[in-house]
Design a protein. Structure first.
Length: 111
């Protein structure tokens, strides 16, 4: 998808939203990234990245119901848009093609 580029952390956030489905909000995205990568991320970094991805049209958000557990506060739930899905699929295809090319060079001894 020409013209839509994302960084590594944005890709991790998009993938986390996709993995989490209906339970994707700031704290669960943070936990998913930290659990899978071992990288620490602040909740403010997660929120700003999710909002930026929403502004790019890669995510949509809605307010979830208030819970007693959250002191009556609502949470902003995120979902991938069709464009967001295309962007992460393109990122995967690019990475896979580059890995394949590198593997071919290793096998032929030209690396």
């Amino acid at each position: 998808m020409k013209g839509t580029t994302i960084g590594e952390f944005e890709e991790l956030c998009l993938l986390s939203v996709g993995v989490l489905g209906d339970d994707a909000y700031g704290m669960t995205v943070k936990a998913e990234i930290e659990g899978r990568t071992g990288r620490k991320a602040t909740i403010s970094t997660i929120h700003s990245t999710l909002i930026r991805l929403e502004k790019k049209g890669l995510l949509e958000s809605r307010l979830g119901g208030a819970t007693e557990q959250r002191g009556g506060r609502t949470k902003r739930l995120f979902t991938l848009t069709a464009v967001g899905q295309q962007v992460i699929e393109e990122a995967r295809n690019i990475r896979n093609a580059m890995w394949d090319d590198m593997r071919d060079r290793v096998v032929t001894g030209s690396l």
